[in-house]
Write a protein that binds this ligand. Structure first.
Ligand code: HEC
Ligand code: HEC
Length: 212
């Protein structure tokens, strides 16, 4: 009976990928070259172009989403016509124009905001973490990490809401790893022996990107 419920559930839901998670994928392919993996500006291309992009972590939190979108796309509002480039910064920052659609620009901004919060760095591969999460964790923590998986109604577990940074940020990476390996309370299972250390690091990185 339980197995049937779980199968039906898994077949019917398909979650929206979290914005910062999608944004990181785009960032790794398009931005890391210059801005470096943590946004500090030491990417492999920055060195050979002899440019030094500013530390995104420091500058992004003083900009609103609209300004960031303008910086990324290079598109000006019609009201400031006459300015050819975004003129906001060094010409070495490419104008991406239509390379990204609106949702992708929002995802990039969500990831830049994640970098600028600098709370807990990513230590594993979040894409591997996403696959493991859907396999082992969503049954309790929910497909999108909101703490509302099918088990919450079947056996009354109250999992942590992984989309709530007030909850996840309280734990540093090593504390989160310890809870996943050794379990917590009555219903958070211990995964030692089932998941490897790098699996758990990947999961922790994915959980960090679930925070709104
Ligand atoms: C070819 C190198 C290069 C690539 C690729 C690149 N940038 Fe930049 N970026 C720069 C440079 C250089 C600056 C200018 C820094 C300055 O003027 O201080 C910059 C500045 C920025 C700024 C403004 C930072 C500030 O000081 O406010 C943002 C935001 C930004 N880039 C986002 C991105 C995003 C998002 C991507 C990927 C889609 C990206 N960049 C790809 C070189 C690059
Ligand atoms: C059987 C249900 C269940 C499953 C499956 C499950 N969890 Fe949990 N999880 C919980 C519950 C319940 C809590 C809250 C525990 C408490 O605070 O008492 C929790 C809490 C947590 C916490 C916070 C621990 C802390 O120290 O406060 C993390 C991190 C976590 N889970 C990660 C995961 C990951 C990663 C997976 C998959 C590998 C997973 N959980 C699978 C039920 C589950």
């Amino acid at each position: 009976m339980l197995a049937l419920c779980l199968m039906a559930f898994a077949a019917t839901v398909s979650a929206d990928p979290p914005a910062a998670f999608e944004g990181r994928k785009l960032y790794v392919s398009y931005c890391l070259l210059c801005h470096g993996s943590d946004g500090s500006g030491d990417g492999p291309l920055a060195k050979s172009m002899e440019i030094s992009p500013a530390d995104l972590a420091d500058t992004v939190h003083s900009s609103d989403d609209k300004l960031l979108a303008t910086i990324i796309t290079g598109r000006q509002e019609p009201t400031v016509a006459g300015r050819e480039r975004h003129k906001l910064l060094n010409a070495a920052m490419p104008e991406w124009k239509n390379v990204f659609d609106r949702v992708q620009v929002e995802a990039l901004i969500a990831y830049l905001r994640f970098l600028s919060r600098k709370n807990h760095g990513l230590m594993g591969d979040p894409e591997a973490g996403a696959r493991l999460y859907q396999k082992y964790c969503q049954v309790c923590h929910g497909e999108e990490g909101g703490g509302d998986g099918i088990m919450t109604s079947l056996i009354g577990v109250k999992p942590m809401d992984h989309t709530n940074p007030d909850q996840t940020d309280r734990l540093d990476n090593s504390e989160m790893i310890a809870s996943i390996l050794d379990g917590k309370g009555r219903f958070m299972p211990a995964w030692r022996g089932i998941l490897s250390e790098s699996d758990v690091e990947a999961l922790v990185s994915y959980i960090r990107l679930l925070a709104d």
